[in-house]
Design a protein around this ligand. Structure first.
Ligand SMILES: Cc1ncc(COP(=O)(O)O)c(C=O)c1O
Length: 423
């Protein structure tokens, strides 16, 4: 925990959206990060620079095309740094996480035998469930791992009991985009290894909130989306190289048959990919430039990988203290029920994503009211349908979701709390 509120102005200044306000001059409050974060100016500039200076298709014999190839190569390196991948070839770009997951699930489906089993969880976004359920058409059996509705954590014993020598893949979220729980990926990876199954991790929600190390996690595939970590609308897949080599891709014949290209179907969003490098460099700089404000112990480091690790440690420290404040205060509001881990000692097992309901108001009414005050939050199931169904909230409009990011402030939380009290 940090004792003093850091000065966020050097960070917030970099985000043009954070300077926007309504007709009455009230700055907008962006608590909609889990649906998509805002982008720093450097990302906007990288996208514009690409479109002005470098716009071309890839693999041509002329300058702009060669520059395009170089920009994509740099983005692959930046993503490999963010995820601590061993090789940039293990990074596959795509339109978004959902498309990449359907793309790869179909490829994996081609390798399955009837009766092979896949495990999905009730804690996941549907983008990490529906692509696997679709394989039932090919004879795969899909089994469901549950979470405990009191602890809001995956029931690892029950998950382990589902595994057999026919389990081919476990699909699990790094963190829940609905109730914030962070899953013990390392332990699930060990369970997967025991039965020789692959582990597919959806890190879309987790990525802006903490360091990711695919080598330490022990997973086989990991997907995320740059628009959730201060970048543009591009999806990213990391896969172990030998698996990307082995798996049969659905591709057009003239396209490069080697990974990562064989899974990058059609022309990519080059300007978005250019923005990814800028987003990652922005993140790396947080630790370097402002780290001392956020975290007590900082390492001396060289290179982007270490800078990113440090930056994400700073993000964790800051977001956790901000979230502890929000959680303590929101629970004082009459009629509020919070869904998710609330014990102060367990805040390291969750992201700063608050889901709640309030007696007397529907989640839609709350989100609309807050929206009128310039405070942006989500309501409903945010496609984590299995979560709202499991919590019995799907028919009553789901939950209100307040998602904190490292650019949010205590003052913004106070505005939210005041608005909720005045409702
Ligand atoms: C946890 C999680 N997984 C997957 C997705 C889908 O990501 P995309 O929009 O990149 O397809 C989201 C989007 O909200 C998400 O929060």
């Amino acid at each position: 925990m940090i004792d003093q509120t850091p000065d966020l102005s050097p960070i917030r200044r970099q985000f043009p959206a954070l300077q926007q306000h309504d007709e009455q001059g009230r700055p907008y409050v962006y608590f909609d990060g889990p649906g998509g974060t805002q982008v720093p100016q450097a990302v906007i500039e990288a996208i514009t620079h690409y479109l002005v200076q470098t716009n071309a298709n890839h693999d041509g014999r002329f300058k702009t095309s060669r520059h395009s190839d170089e920009i994509i190569r740099q983005a692959r390196e930046a993503m490999a740094d963010l995820l601590n991948a061993s090789l940039p070839q293990e990074i596959v770009f795509g339109p978004n996480m959902t498309s990449l997951t359907f793309n790869l699930s179909r490829a994996i489906g081609r390798t399955l035998q009837p009766g092979d089993e896949i495990v999905v969880t009730h804690l996941d976004h549907d983008a990490n469930i529906a692509p696997w359920l679709a394989l039932e058409e090919q004879g795969a059996e899909v089994k469901w791992a549950d979470f405990d509705v009191e602890t809001y954590q995956l029931d690892l014993e029950q998950l382990a009991s589902l595994l057999t020598d026919k389990t081919k893949l476990i699909a699990v979220g790094h963190a829940s985009n609905a109730i914030g729980t962070i899953n013990p990926i390392g332990r699930i990876a060990a369970l997967a290894r025991n039965v020789g199954a692959w582990l597919w991790v959806d890190a879309v929600h987790y990525a802006p909130h903490g360091p990711i190390d695919v080598q330490a996690l022990g997973c086989d595939f990991l997907v995320c989306s740059a628009y959730k970590f201060f970048g543009p609308h591009v999806g990213v897949l990391w896969g172990r190289l030998e698996l990307l080599q082995e798996l049969p891709a659905y591709k057009v014949r003239p396209a490069n048959p080697d990974p990562p290209y064989k899974f990058e179907i059609g022309t990519q969003n080059h300007e978005g990919i250019a923005g990814i490098t800028a987003a990652i460099d922005y993140l790396a700089a947080i630790g370097q430039e402002y780290g001392a404000q956020f975290a007590a112990e900082l390492e001396q480091y060289q290179g982007r990988r270490k800078a990113l690790k440090q930056a994400m440690r700073c993000v964790v420290a800051y977001e956790r203290s901000l979230f502890a404040y929000l959680l303590a205060e929101v629970q004082k509001i009459p009629g509020v029920t919070v869904y998710g881990i609330t014990h102060p000692d367990q805040l390291n097992q969750r992201c700063p994503t608050l889901a709640f309901t309030r007696q007397g108001f529907t989640p839609q009414e709350i989100a609309s009211y807050l929206g009128e005050q310039g405070i942006f939050v989500w309501d409903g199931n945010y496609y984590a349908l299995a979560v709202t169904e499991r919590l019995g909230l799907e028919d009553s409009g789901g939950m209100v979701r307040v998602g904190l990011a490292h650019y949010n402030t205590r003052e913004e939380i106070d505005r939210l709390l005041t608005a909720l009290q005045e409702m």
